[in-house]
Design a protein around this ligand. Structure first.
Ligand code: MN3
Length: 215
């Protein structure tokens, strides 16, 4: 992701057919090239006549959107969140996922959800579930699941949260191969989660953050 305006669509980090049979090539083209790109284009369009924000990072736009002029405030919030969430979504999927989270993340999940199945259950019926970690103490990080009611990732902007993984459960993410079988899609998505990558994101957090990390 570019550091600031103008933002461009990051390439899909694997081949379009790499996630078969769980997610097909057409869905990946449609979701990445059209939907994700629309957020990028909308964000640029909103910012184009506001040069004073052209050096703001995506993370800053997501955090400090209340400082923006009223006519672009909500639009920037939604579209910056959409860009961040989609970047995270595609980056936390992997064609050959490893089997499990790393030991420290596994321990936090066990403590906060009982086990990995507990985390899965917590995410399954969320509107747009995102799992976050946040520091409780110096060495101890908790994992929590937040339902995104709006597109912005960062309604919890005052907390030092690190997004770990999120499932896009809008129909455009799965309708072609799964139609209305959302639960089947969720199971497929879960099989594709790149746990080493998620573990890395979790491990990156060593002290309370005031900023969101780049996806
Ligand atoms: Mn989407």
């Amino acid at each position: 992701m570019e550091a600031h305006y103008p933002f461009t669509l990051p390439p899909l980090p694997y081949a379009y057919d790499a996630l078969l049979p769980e997610l097909d090539e057409r869905t990946m083209h449609f979701h990445h090239d059209k939907h994700f790109n629309t957020y990028v284009e909308n964000l640029n369009k909103l910012l184009q006549d506001h040069p004073q924000y052209h050096d703001w990072s995506l993370e800053r736009l997501m955090q400090d959107w209340p400082e923006l002029p009223e006519d672009i405030r909500q639009g920037v919030r939604n579209n910056a969140g959409g860009v961040y969430n989609h970047d995270l979504y595609f980056k936390t999927l992997h064609p050959a996922p490893a089997s499990a989270p790393g030991p420290a993340l596994q321990q936090a999940i066990d403590r906060d959800f009982g086990d990995l199945q507990g985390l899965k259950a917590a995410m399954r019926y969320c509107g747009t579930p995102l799992a976050y970690s946040f520091p409780e103490a110096e060495q101890e990080k908790s994992v929590t699941v937040v339902e995104l009611k709006e597109k912005g990732t960062v309604s919890l902007r005052t907390l030092p949260l690190t997004p770990l993984l999120g499932c896009d459960v809008w129909e455009h993410a799965y309708y072609l191969p799964y139609q209305n079988r959302r639960d089947e899609y969720f199971e497929a998505w879960w099989r594709l989660v790149d746990w080493p990558g998620v573990t890395l994101r979790y491990g990156e957090l060593t002290s309370p953050r005031t900023q969101y990390p780049a996806p």
